[in-house]
Ligand binder design. Sequence first.
Ligand code: NAP
Length: 221
Amino acid sequence: MTQPERADPEAGRGVAVVTGGSRGIGAACARLLARSGWAVCLTYRTEKDTAWEVARGCDEAAREYHAEHGLPGAPTGAIAVAADLEDPACVPGVFTAADHLGRLTVLVNNAGVIDRVARVDELTPERLTRMFTINTISAILRAGEAVRRMSTRHGGTGGSIVNISSAAARLGSPELYVDSARRCPARRCLAHRRLAHRRLAVGYRAEGGRNMTSAVGLRRA
Ligand SMILES: NC(=O)c1ccc[n+]([C@@H]2O[C@H](COP(=O)([O-])OP(=O)(O)OC[C@H]3O[C@@H](n4cnc5c(N)ncnc54)[C@H](OP(=O)(O)O)[C@@H]3O)[C@@H](O)[C@H]2O)c1
């Protein structure tokens, strides 16, 4: 992953929410953001100990950043917030917890699930509901919470949303991950610059926002 561009450290980076930050891609993003001067609020569903271990790693990284830049005082400590994001009602609580750390400037919209490989004739309503709830509905609600804090329309000063998607949403994966279609609506609404929903991304940019998507698994030829 590329190191984020460094701004004036005196100005402060603000707060980054990383959903699903207890392991994998989310944990890597959390550490990198802390190492680059952000106060991190990461979320987990069940793995409390693992999540707090990542938070402690973020604290260490934040201390290094502070020392390197000769900043006064101690950096804001990272926090790990338990939230089952399959339940849309849990989404606002994550952002309220992050508000206690300071001004939100980054959302890494990462929490999501991939189920076992299945053909379309094996999919159940329960599986599809779960997939669409966490990967699509919850992802859009999380972006909404971030926009309400970062957009100049709402009194914010701007910020960035990074949506972690999947290459399967773009390329398809017939007979393997049929329900990767789950990623398409969220991706299109939130980020895809070439599609009809472009106006959402463009409109948000005018309000001080940057909206990006990383399609995991996609490699440029
Ligand atoms: N890795 C890949 O090759 C790949 C490919 C395509 C797309 N992606 C997407 O990239 C993202 C990250 O992938 P990853 O491999 O790093 O994932 P991972 O290692 O499986 O970690 C998933 C994270 O999301 C959290 N999470 C899962 N279900 C949740 C729920 N219902 N509510 C709240 N948090 C939940 C987990 O928390 P706990 O630890 O507490 O369970 C964990 O922090 C996901 O959205 C995934 O679909 C990954």
